[in-house]
Design a protein. Structure first.
Ligand code: SF4
Ligand code: SF4
Length: 91
């Protein structure tokens, strides 16, 4: 089952992950960290919803609504009551 997170549209099905490491390589924001049986989404709030992980995951373990990252990052930062930091900045 896909996990749900409030900060972004990123969804991760850990049970489907084959631990290939592709998302670690392609994510520009360092959202994932290595895990024993599956990668872990350690920094979900950094996600800018670029879609690279979903495109490159051979197991279909990742889903994200790409193209809404800037709005989501700004909204998330506002909800958390802080300014956008370097990791959440829209470029
Ligand atoms: S959508 Fe982009 S920024 Fe977000 S986790 Fe995937 S590769 Fe990283
Ligand atoms: S690309 Fe997909 S299968 Fe590979 S480690 Fe990442 S989530 Fe798991």
């Amino acid at each position: 089952m896909f996990n749900s997170y409030l900060l972004t549209t990123l969804r991760f099905d850990e049970s489907a992950c084959t631990n290939c490491g592709m998302c670690l390589a392609v994510c520009p924001q360092g959202v994932f960290v290595p895990g024993k049986k599956a990668v872990q989404m350690a920094y979900t709030a950094r996600c800018m919803e670029c879609g690279a992980c979903q495109l490159n995951c051979p197991a279909g373990a990742l889903q994200v609504e790409s193209g809404v990252g800037c709005a989501s990052a700004m909204f998330g930062a506002a909800l958390r009551g802080k300014k956008l930091d370097q990791k959440e900045e829209c470029t």
